[in-house]
Design a protein around this ligand. Structure first.
Ligand code: BG6
Length: 494
Protein backbone atom coordinates (compact mmCIF):
# COMPACT_ATOMS: atom_id res chain seq x y z
CA UNK A 1 0.00 0.00 0.00
CA UNK A 2 1.30 3.49 -0.86
CA UNK A 3 2.41 5.35 2.26
CA UNK A 4 1.05 8.77 2.97
CA UNK A 5 4.14 11.01 2.75
CA UNK A 6 2.52 13.53 5.11
CA UNK A 7 2.44 10.89 7.81
CA UNK A 8 6.22 10.36 7.77
CA UNK A 9 7.64 10.55 11.28
CA UNK A 10 4.24 10.22 12.92
CA UNK A 11 4.46 6.52 13.63
CA UNK A 12 5.82 5.47 16.96
CA UNK A 13 6.32 2.00 18.32
CA UNK A 14 6.46 2.99 21.98
CA UNK A 15 4.36 0.73 24.14
CA UNK A 16 3.52 1.11 27.85
CA UNK A 17 4.44 -1.69 30.22
CA UNK A 18 1.51 -3.78 31.54
CA UNK A 19 -0.41 -1.84 34.17
CA UNK A 20 -3.53 -1.61 36.24
CA UNK A 21 -5.24 1.75 36.45
CA UNK A 22 -7.69 2.58 39.24
CA UNK A 23 -10.09 5.38 38.42
CA UNK A 24 -11.50 6.88 41.64
CA UNK A 25 -14.86 8.52 40.95
CA UNK A 26 -15.31 6.46 37.80
CA UNK A 27 -19.05 7.14 37.58
CA UNK A 28 -18.45 10.85 36.83
CA UNK A 29 -18.48 12.77 33.60
CA UNK A 30 -14.74 12.87 33.06
CA UNK A 31 -14.52 9.10 32.75
CA UNK A 32 -17.31 9.08 30.19
CA UNK A 33 -16.10 11.98 28.11
CA UNK A 34 -12.34 11.70 28.36
CA UNK A 35 -10.71 8.88 30.31
CA UNK A 36 -12.29 5.74 28.87
CA UNK A 37 -12.22 7.09 25.28
CA UNK A 38 -8.55 8.07 25.72
CA UNK A 39 -7.60 4.67 27.17
CA UNK A 40 -9.45 2.91 24.38
CA UNK A 41 -7.71 4.99 21.70
CA UNK A 42 -4.34 4.13 23.24
CA UNK A 43 -5.38 0.49 23.25
CA UNK A 44 -6.52 0.53 19.60
CA UNK A 45 -3.34 2.35 18.57
CA UNK A 46 -1.28 -0.43 20.08
CA UNK A 47 0.20 1.73 22.87
CA UNK A 48 -0.86 -0.60 25.70
CA UNK A 49 0.69 -4.03 25.96
CA UNK A 50 -1.69 -5.19 28.68
CA UNK A 51 -4.06 -3.24 30.84
CA UNK A 52 -6.66 -3.69 33.54
CA UNK A 53 -8.97 -0.79 34.33
CA UNK A 54 -10.66 -0.77 37.71
CA UNK A 55 -13.45 1.68 38.40
CA UNK A 56 -13.68 2.69 42.07
CA UNK A 57 -16.77 4.57 43.21
CA UNK A 58 -19.63 4.73 45.62
CA UNK A 59 -22.45 3.63 43.34
CA UNK A 60 -23.59 0.10 43.46
CA UNK A 61 -22.46 -0.87 39.95
CA UNK A 62 -21.32 -4.35 38.88
CA UNK A 63 -18.53 -5.29 36.44
CA UNK A 64 -21.23 -5.96 33.84
CA UNK A 65 -22.90 -2.61 34.29
CA UNK A 66 -19.57 -0.74 34.14
CA UNK A 67 -18.75 -2.65 30.96
CA UNK A 68 -22.07 -1.77 29.36
CA UNK A 69 -21.51 1.89 30.20
CA UNK A 70 -17.97 1.80 28.85
CA UNK A 71 -19.13 0.17 25.61
CA UNK A 72 -21.31 3.27 25.06
CA UNK A 73 -18.43 5.59 25.88
CA UNK A 74 -16.27 4.14 23.11
CA UNK A 75 -18.98 3.79 20.49
CA UNK A 76 -17.72 6.65 18.33
CA UNK A 77 -14.11 5.38 18.12
CA UNK A 78 -13.21 3.34 15.05
CA UNK A 79 -12.18 -0.18 16.07
CA UNK A 80 -12.91 -3.81 15.32
CA UNK A 81 -15.41 -5.84 17.36
CA UNK A 82 -12.55 -7.95 18.63
CA UNK A 83 -10.71 -4.85 19.92
CA UNK A 84 -13.86 -3.64 21.66
CA UNK A 85 -14.40 -7.03 23.24
CA UNK A 86 -10.82 -7.30 24.51
CA UNK A 87 -10.82 -3.78 25.90
CA UNK A 88 -14.17 -4.16 27.63
CA UNK A 89 -13.13 -7.45 29.18
CA UNK A 90 -10.25 -5.63 30.93
CA UNK A 91 -12.72 -3.53 32.99
CA UNK A 92 -13.58 -4.27 36.62
CA UNK A 93 -15.58 -2.38 39.21
CA UNK A 94 -14.90 -1.93 42.90
CA UNK A 95 -17.82 -0.46 44.84
CA UNK A 96 -16.89 1.43 48.00
CA UNK A 97 -17.24 4.85 49.56
CA UNK A 98 -14.07 6.93 49.42
CA UNK A 99 -13.91 7.05 53.21
CA UNK A 100 -14.26 3.35 53.94
CA UNK A 101 -10.84 1.76 54.58
CA UNK A 102 -12.27 -1.70 53.83
CA UNK A 103 -12.71 -0.77 50.15
CA UNK A 104 -8.98 -0.07 49.84
CA UNK A 105 -8.11 -3.42 51.42
CA UNK A 106 -9.59 -4.99 48.31
CA UNK A 107 -7.26 -3.16 45.92
CA UNK A 108 -4.46 -5.79 45.99
CA UNK A 109 -6.84 -8.51 44.84
CA UNK A 110 -7.65 -6.36 41.76
CA UNK A 111 -3.94 -5.94 41.03
CA UNK A 112 -3.38 -9.62 40.71
CA UNK A 113 -0.35 -10.13 38.47
CA UNK A 114 0.24 -6.41 37.74
CA UNK A 115 3.15 -4.66 39.43
CA UNK A 116 2.62 -1.24 37.82
CA UNK A 117 -0.20 0.83 39.25
CA UNK A 118 -1.68 4.12 38.25
CA UNK A 119 -4.30 5.78 40.46
CA UNK A 120 -6.46 8.40 38.82
CA UNK A 121 -8.14 10.81 41.20
CA UNK A 122 -11.30 12.09 39.57
CA UNK A 123 -13.66 12.23 42.54
CA UNK A 124 -15.32 15.43 43.76
CA UNK A 125 -12.35 17.41 45.15
CA UNK A 126 -13.67 17.17 48.72
CA UNK A 127 -12.92 13.43 48.62
CA UNK A 128 -9.25 13.79 47.52
CA UNK A 129 -7.79 13.75 51.05
CA UNK A 130 -9.81 10.65 52.01
CA UNK A 131 -8.64 8.71 48.95
CA UNK A 132 -5.01 9.74 49.36
CA UNK A 133 -4.94 8.99 53.08
CA UNK A 134 -6.68 5.66 52.66
CA UNK A 135 -4.28 4.60 49.92
CA UNK A 136 -1.31 5.70 51.99
CA UNK A 137 -2.48 4.14 55.25
CA UNK A 138 -3.13 0.83 53.49
CA UNK A 139 0.47 0.85 52.20
CA UNK A 140 -0.77 1.21 48.64
CA UNK A 141 1.45 4.17 47.75
CA UNK A 142 4.53 1.96 47.98
CA UNK A 143 6.30 0.64 44.90
CA UNK A 144 6.80 -3.06 44.78
CA UNK A 145 8.76 -4.37 41.82
CA UNK A 146 7.05 -1.81 39.56
CA UNK A 147 5.83 1.76 39.70
CA UNK A 148 2.97 3.35 41.67
CA UNK A 149 1.85 6.76 40.41
CA UNK A 150 -1.07 9.01 41.18
CA UNK A 151 -2.69 11.42 38.73
CA UNK A 152 -4.62 14.24 40.38
CA UNK A 153 -7.38 15.93 38.39
CA UNK A 154 -8.15 19.60 38.75
CA UNK A 155 -9.27 21.54 40.69
CA UNK A 156 -6.05 21.32 42.66
CA UNK A 157 -7.23 23.37 45.63
CA UNK A 158 -9.38 26.47 45.57
CA UNK A 159 -6.81 28.91 46.94
CA UNK A 160 -3.22 28.92 48.12
CA UNK A 161 -4.01 27.46 51.55
CA UNK A 162 -6.02 24.51 50.24
CA UNK A 163 -3.53 23.79 47.43
CA UNK A 164 -0.68 23.69 49.97
CA UNK A 165 -2.74 21.45 52.19
CA UNK A 166 -3.43 19.05 49.32
CA UNK A 167 0.25 18.99 48.43
CA UNK A 168 1.13 18.22 52.04
CA UNK A 169 -1.37 15.35 52.15
CA UNK A 170 -0.06 13.91 48.88
CA UNK A 171 3.55 14.25 49.96
CA UNK A 172 2.98 12.50 53.26
CA UNK A 173 2.43 9.27 51.33
CA UNK A 174 3.80 9.75 47.80
CA UNK A 175 7.09 11.14 46.47
CA UNK A 176 6.93 14.16 44.19
CA UNK A 177 8.14 11.85 41.39
CA UNK A 178 5.04 9.68 41.85
CA UNK A 179 2.63 12.61 41.67
CA UNK A 180 1.14 13.77 38.36
CA UNK A 181 -0.96 16.94 38.67
CA UNK A 182 -2.86 17.16 35.45
CA UNK A 183 -3.62 20.25 33.39
CA UNK A 184 -5.06 18.91 30.21
CA UNK A 185 -4.14 22.04 28.25
CA UNK A 186 -0.52 20.93 28.38
CA UNK A 187 -1.53 17.79 26.48
CA UNK A 188 -2.88 19.80 23.58
CA UNK A 189 -0.70 19.48 20.52
CA UNK A 190 -0.25 23.17 19.76
CA UNK A 191 0.78 23.95 23.30
CA UNK A 192 3.59 21.46 22.91
CA UNK A 193 4.32 22.85 19.48
CA UNK A 194 4.88 26.25 21.05
CA UNK A 195 8.21 24.99 22.32
CA UNK A 196 9.09 23.57 18.93
CA UNK A 197 8.11 26.83 17.26
CA UNK A 198 10.18 28.94 19.62
CA UNK A 199 13.22 26.79 20.26
CA UNK A 200 13.31 24.60 17.15
CA UNK A 201 13.43 27.55 14.71
CA UNK A 202 16.08 30.20 14.40
CA UNK A 203 13.84 33.06 13.33
CA UNK A 204 11.43 33.62 16.20
CA UNK A 205 13.51 33.68 19.35
CA UNK A 206 15.61 36.77 18.44
CA UNK A 207 12.45 38.87 18.15
CA UNK A 208 10.58 37.24 21.07
CA UNK A 209 11.02 40.10 23.53
CA UNK A 210 9.97 43.59 24.55
CA UNK A 211 11.97 45.22 21.77
CA UNK A 212 9.79 43.73 19.07
CA UNK A 213 6.62 42.61 20.80
CA UNK A 214 3.94 45.18 21.65
CA UNK A 215 1.69 42.89 23.66
CA UNK A 216 0.40 39.32 23.86
CA UNK A 217 -3.23 38.19 24.00
CA UNK A 218 -4.21 34.83 25.39
CA UNK A 219 -7.82 33.85 24.81
CA UNK A 220 -9.62 30.80 26.14
CA UNK A 221 -13.21 31.39 25.03
CA UNK A 222 -16.11 28.97 25.20
CA UNK A 223 -19.60 29.18 23.78
CA UNK A 224 -20.93 26.56 26.21
CA UNK A 225 -22.53 27.68 29.47
CA UNK A 226 -22.08 26.00 32.84
CA UNK A 227 -24.49 23.23 31.83
CA UNK A 228 -25.14 20.78 34.64
CA UNK A 229 -22.10 21.96 36.61
CA UNK A 230 -23.78 25.01 38.19
CA UNK A 231 -23.06 23.76 41.71
CA UNK A 232 -19.36 23.30 41.09
CA UNK A 233 -19.03 26.47 39.07
CA UNK A 234 -20.68 28.64 41.71
CA UNK A 235 -17.82 27.84 44.06
CA UNK A 236 -15.23 28.20 41.38
CA UNK A 237 -15.74 30.94 38.78
CA UNK A 238 -13.67 31.65 35.70
CA UNK A 239 -10.53 32.81 37.51
CA UNK A 240 -10.11 29.54 39.38
CA UNK A 241 -11.57 27.31 36.68
CA UNK A 242 -9.52 28.55 33.72
CA UNK A 243 -6.93 31.23 34.55
CA UNK A 244 -5.07 29.69 37.52
CA UNK A 245 -4.32 26.58 35.48
CA UNK A 246 -4.98 26.57 31.74
CA UNK A 247 -4.35 30.24 30.89
CA UNK A 248 -1.27 30.41 33.15
CA UNK A 249 0.16 27.32 31.48
CA UNK A 250 -0.29 28.99 28.09
CA UNK A 251 1.37 32.09 29.49
CA UNK A 252 4.26 30.03 30.82
CA UNK A 253 5.03 28.26 27.54
CA UNK A 254 4.79 31.56 25.67
CA UNK A 255 7.04 33.53 27.97
CA UNK A 256 9.53 31.01 29.36
CA UNK A 257 13.27 31.24 28.69
CA UNK A 258 14.83 28.51 26.55
CA UNK A 259 15.53 25.57 28.88
CA UNK A 260 19.08 24.21 28.87
CA UNK A 261 17.75 20.89 27.59
CA UNK A 262 14.43 19.12 27.24
CA UNK A 263 14.51 17.24 30.54
CA UNK A 264 11.28 17.57 32.53
CA UNK A 265 12.95 19.45 35.38
CA UNK A 266 14.59 21.94 33.04
CA UNK A 267 11.29 22.75 31.34
CA UNK A 268 9.26 22.85 34.54
CA UNK A 269 11.90 25.02 36.18
CA UNK A 270 11.66 27.61 33.39
CA UNK A 271 7.86 27.63 33.51
CA UNK A 272 7.95 28.21 37.24
CA UNK A 273 10.14 31.29 36.77
CA UNK A 274 7.47 32.85 34.55
CA UNK A 275 4.74 32.40 37.14
CA UNK A 276 7.00 33.72 39.88
CA UNK A 277 7.78 36.77 37.72
CA UNK A 278 4.14 37.90 37.58
CA UNK A 279 4.42 41.55 38.53
CA UNK A 280 2.49 43.21 41.33
CA UNK A 281 1.29 45.87 38.94
CA UNK A 282 -1.96 43.93 38.36
CA UNK A 283 -2.62 43.68 42.07
CA UNK A 284 -1.69 47.24 42.94
CA UNK A 285 -4.64 48.51 40.89
CA UNK A 286 -6.89 45.48 40.50
CA UNK A 287 -9.92 47.44 39.31
CA UNK A 288 -7.90 48.86 36.44
CA UNK A 289 -6.30 45.59 35.45
CA UNK A 290 -8.99 43.00 35.99
CA UNK A 291 -12.52 42.82 34.63
CA UNK A 292 -14.95 40.23 35.92
CA UNK A 293 -18.41 39.71 34.53
CA UNK A 294 -21.21 37.24 34.10
CA UNK A 295 -23.45 36.52 31.13
CA UNK A 296 -27.02 37.61 30.81
CA UNK A 297 -29.56 36.01 28.47
CA UNK A 298 -28.66 36.08 24.78
CA UNK A 299 -28.35 33.97 21.66
CA UNK A 300 -25.60 31.41 21.11
CA UNK A 301 -25.31 29.58 17.78
CA UNK A 302 -28.78 30.78 16.84
CA UNK A 303 -30.38 29.44 20.05
CA UNK A 304 -31.73 31.67 22.82
CA UNK A 305 -30.04 30.88 26.14
CA UNK A 306 -30.66 32.05 29.68
CA UNK A 307 -28.41 34.19 31.80
CA UNK A 308 -26.03 32.75 34.38
CA UNK A 309 -28.21 33.73 37.33
CA UNK A 310 -31.05 31.60 35.94
CA UNK A 311 -28.94 28.47 35.42
CA UNK A 312 -29.61 25.40 37.52
CA UNK A 313 -27.64 25.30 40.76
CA UNK A 314 -26.77 29.00 40.61
CA UNK A 315 -27.64 31.46 43.38
CA UNK A 316 -29.84 34.22 41.85
CA UNK A 317 -27.73 36.76 43.76
CA UNK A 318 -24.44 35.12 42.76
CA UNK A 319 -21.27 37.19 42.33
CA UNK A 320 -19.41 34.36 40.63
CA UNK A 321 -17.71 35.49 37.44
CA UNK A 322 -18.22 33.57 34.19
CA UNK A 323 -15.77 35.87 32.41
CA UNK A 324 -12.52 37.36 33.48
CA UNK A 325 -9.94 39.41 31.63
CA UNK A 326 -6.71 40.54 33.16
CA UNK A 327 -3.67 42.47 32.24
CA UNK A 328 -0.48 41.10 33.71
CA UNK A 329 3.17 41.96 33.29
CA UNK A 330 6.26 39.90 33.88
CA UNK A 331 9.15 41.25 35.82
CA UNK A 332 11.89 39.84 33.63
CA UNK A 333 14.63 41.23 31.43
CA UNK A 334 12.90 39.87 28.34
CA UNK A 335 9.37 41.03 29.07
CA UNK A 336 9.52 44.16 31.22
CA UNK A 337 6.75 46.53 30.13
CA UNK A 338 4.97 44.11 27.75
CA UNK A 339 1.33 43.62 28.67
CA UNK A 340 0.00 40.08 28.60
CA UNK A 341 -3.77 40.23 28.21
CA UNK A 342 -5.58 37.12 29.33
CA UNK A 343 -9.30 36.50 28.91
CA UNK A 344 -11.62 33.59 29.35
CA UNK A 345 -15.36 33.20 29.50
CA UNK A 346 -18.36 30.95 29.12
CA UNK A 347 -21.19 31.69 26.68
CA UNK A 348 -19.04 33.81 24.40
CA UNK A 349 -19.72 33.83 20.67
CA UNK A 350 -17.57 30.78 19.94
CA UNK A 351 -15.08 28.28 21.30
CA UNK A 352 -11.57 29.36 20.55
CA UNK A 353 -8.25 29.08 22.35
CA UNK A 354 -5.32 31.03 20.99
CA UNK A 355 -2.16 32.86 21.83
CA UNK A 356 -1.61 35.96 19.71
CA UNK A 357 1.73 37.75 19.64
CA UNK A 358 1.24 41.35 18.49
CA UNK A 359 4.47 42.81 17.14
CA UNK A 360 5.40 46.47 17.16
CA UNK A 361 5.05 48.61 14.06
CA UNK A 362 8.18 49.40 12.04
CA UNK A 363 10.04 52.49 13.28
CA UNK A 364 8.86 54.70 10.40
CA UNK A 365 5.33 54.54 9.06
CA UNK A 366 6.08 54.96 5.34
CA UNK A 367 2.76 53.49 4.37
CA UNK A 368 0.59 55.61 6.62
CA UNK A 369 -1.89 54.80 9.31
CA UNK A 370 -5.62 54.19 9.08
CA UNK A 371 -7.50 51.42 7.29
CA UNK A 372 -5.02 51.18 4.41
CA UNK A 373 -1.88 51.75 6.39
CA UNK A 374 0.41 48.97 7.58
CA UNK A 375 -0.99 47.15 10.62
CA UNK A 376 0.90 45.32 13.38
CA UNK A 377 2.13 41.88 12.46
CA UNK A 378 0.40 39.22 14.50
CA UNK A 379 1.55 35.66 15.03
CA UNK A 380 -1.50 33.69 16.16
CA UNK A 381 -1.06 30.22 17.58
CA UNK A 382 -4.47 28.57 17.58
CA UNK A 383 -4.96 25.67 19.92
CA UNK A 384 -8.67 25.07 19.37
CA UNK A 385 -10.87 24.29 17.53
CA UNK A 386 -8.50 23.66 14.61
CA UNK A 387 -4.81 23.63 15.47
CA UNK A 388 -3.02 26.21 13.37
CA UNK A 389 -0.41 28.93 13.30
CA UNK A 390 -0.89 32.02 11.21
CA UNK A 391 1.22 35.09 10.61
CA UNK A 392 -0.51 38.27 9.56
CA UNK A 393 1.62 40.63 7.52
CA UNK A 394 1.05 43.64 5.33
CA UNK A 395 0.94 43.19 1.56
CA UNK A 396 0.56 45.86 -1.06
CA UNK A 397 -2.91 45.88 -2.61
CA UNK A 398 -2.22 45.28 -6.32
CA UNK A 399 -2.71 48.34 -8.48
CA UNK A 400 -1.49 51.89 -8.92
CA UNK A 401 -1.93 53.13 -5.38
CA UNK A 402 0.35 52.12 -2.50
CA UNK A 403 -2.03 50.79 0.06
CA UNK A 404 -1.53 47.92 2.46
CA UNK A 405 -3.80 45.10 3.45
CA UNK A 406 -3.08 42.46 6.08
CA UNK A 407 -2.77 38.95 4.59
CA UNK A 408 -2.21 35.65 6.35
CA UNK A 409 0.42 32.98 6.03
CA UNK A 410 -1.17 29.84 7.45
CA UNK A 411 -0.03 26.49 8.72
CA UNK A 412 -2.73 24.01 9.73
CA UNK A 413 -2.05 20.62 11.24
CA UNK A 414 -4.71 18.88 9.17
CA UNK A 415 -3.30 19.85 5.78
CA UNK A 416 0.38 19.54 6.70
CA UNK A 417 0.27 16.19 8.47
CA UNK A 418 -2.91 14.61 7.14
CA UNK A 419 -3.69 13.17 10.54
CA UNK A 420 -5.95 14.14 13.42
CA UNK A 421 -3.97 15.13 16.50
CA UNK A 422 -4.41 12.89 19.55
CA UNK A 423 -6.72 13.98 22.36
CA UNK A 424 -4.89 15.72 25.21
CA UNK A 425 -5.87 13.02 27.72
CA UNK A 426 -4.46 10.32 25.48
CA UNK A 427 -1.07 11.94 25.37
CA UNK A 428 -1.02 12.73 29.09
CA UNK A 429 -2.14 9.30 30.24
CA UNK A 430 0.49 7.72 28.05
CA UNK A 431 3.17 10.04 29.48
CA UNK A 432 2.18 9.06 33.02
CA UNK A 433 2.44 5.39 32.08
CA UNK A 434 5.95 6.03 30.72
CA UNK A 435 6.97 8.06 33.77
CA UNK A 436 7.37 11.32 31.87
CA UNK A 437 6.03 14.19 33.97
CA UNK A 438 7.18 17.06 31.71
CA UNK A 439 3.60 17.97 30.84
CA UNK A 440 2.36 17.74 34.41
CA UNK A 441 2.45 20.56 36.94
CA UNK A 442 5.01 20.53 39.73
CA UNK A 443 4.21 21.41 43.32
CA UNK A 444 6.00 24.76 43.35
CA UNK A 445 4.43 25.79 40.04
CA UNK A 446 0.91 25.19 41.29
CA UNK A 447 1.57 26.99 44.54
CA UNK A 448 3.12 29.96 42.73
CA UNK A 449 0.08 30.35 40.52
CA UNK A 450 -2.31 30.07 43.47
CA UNK A 451 -0.30 32.67 45.31
CA UNK A 452 -1.06 35.21 42.59
CA UNK A 453 -4.67 34.13 42.09
CA UNK A 454 -5.41 34.07 45.82
CA UNK A 455 -4.44 37.71 46.08
CA UNK A 456 -7.02 38.56 43.44
CA UNK A 457 -9.61 36.44 45.24
CA UNK A 458 -8.82 38.20 48.51
CA UNK A 459 -9.29 41.55 46.87
CA UNK A 460 -12.59 40.49 45.33
CA UNK A 461 -13.86 39.22 48.65
CA UNK A 462 -13.60 42.74 50.07
CA UNK A 463 -14.67 44.67 46.98
CA UNK A 464 -18.28 45.72 46.55
CA UNK A 465 -17.83 46.84 42.98
CA UNK A 466 -20.64 45.25 40.92
CA UNK A 467 -19.76 42.64 38.33
CA UNK A 468 -19.94 43.73 34.70
CA UNK A 469 -22.22 41.78 32.40
CA UNK A 470 -22.23 40.63 28.78
CA UNK A 471 -24.85 39.19 26.57
CA UNK A 472 -24.52 35.44 25.96
CA UNK A 473 -23.17 34.97 22.44
CA UNK A 474 -21.21 38.25 22.48
CA UNK A 475 -17.46 38.88 22.65
CA UNK A 476 -17.59 39.74 26.36
CA UNK A 477 -18.15 42.91 28.40
CA UNK A 478 -17.21 46.27 26.81
CA UNK A 479 -15.25 47.09 30.01
CA UNK A 480 -12.51 44.69 28.84
CA UNK A 481 -11.52 47.25 26.21
CA UNK A 482 -10.16 49.41 29.01
CA UNK A 483 -7.43 46.84 29.81
CA UNK A 484 -5.69 47.28 26.48
CA UNK A 485 -4.05 50.51 27.58
CA UNK A 486 -4.00 52.16 24.16
CA UNK A 487 -6.61 53.17 21.58
CA UNK A 488 -4.50 51.41 18.88
CA UNK A 489 -4.94 48.02 20.49
CA UNK A 490 -7.98 45.83 19.96
CA UNK A 491 -8.96 42.47 21.37
CA UNK A 492 -8.82 39.85 18.61
CA UNK A 493 -12.15 38.91 17.08
CA UNK A 494 -13.54 35.72 18.50
C1 BG6 B 1 -12.02 22.46 32.32
C2 BG6 B 1 -12.98 23.42 32.96
O1 BG6 B 1 -10.82 22.37 33.04
O2 BG6 B 1 -11.75 22.86 30.99
C3 BG6 B 1 -14.25 23.57 32.15
O3 BG6 B 1 -13.30 22.98 34.28
C4 BG6 B 1 -13.92 23.90 30.71
O4 BG6 B 1 -15.11 24.56 32.70
C5 BG6 B 1 -12.89 22.93 30.15
O5 BG6 B 1 -15.12 23.85 29.95
C6 BG6 B 1 -12.43 23.36 28.77
O6 BG6 B 1 -11.60 22.34 28.23
P1 BG6 B 1 -11.43 22.19 26.66
O7 BG6 B 1 -10.41 21.14 26.48
O8 BG6 B 1 -12.79 21.84 26.11
O9 BG6 B 1 -11.00 23.54 26.16
Amino acid sequence: MARNPLAAGLESDEVAEPLVIFIFGVTGDLTRKKLIPALFSLFVNGRLSEIRIVGFARRDWSDEYFREQAAEMIEGIAASDEERRRFISSLRYLSSTFEDAAGYQRIPEFCNGFVNRLYYLSTPPGAYPAVIENLGEAGLAAENGGYTRIIVEKPFGRDLTSARELNRTLLSYFDEQQIYRIDHYLGKETVQNMMMLRFGNGIFEPIWNSRYIDHVQITVAENAGVGTRGNYYERSGALRDMIQNHAFQLLAVTAMEPPNDTRPESIRGEKLKVIRALDDVTLRAPDENIVRAHYIAGVVDGEPVEGYLDEEGVDPLSRTETYVALRVELDTWRWAGVPFLLRTGKRLSRKITEIAIHFKLPPLRHFGAGPHGAANNVLAIRIQPDEAISLTMNAKIPGYATAARPVNMDFTYGTSFGKAVPEAYERLLFDAMKGDNTLYTRRDEIEASWEFISRILDFWSTSDRPLASYEAGSAGPPEAQGLLGSADRRWRKL
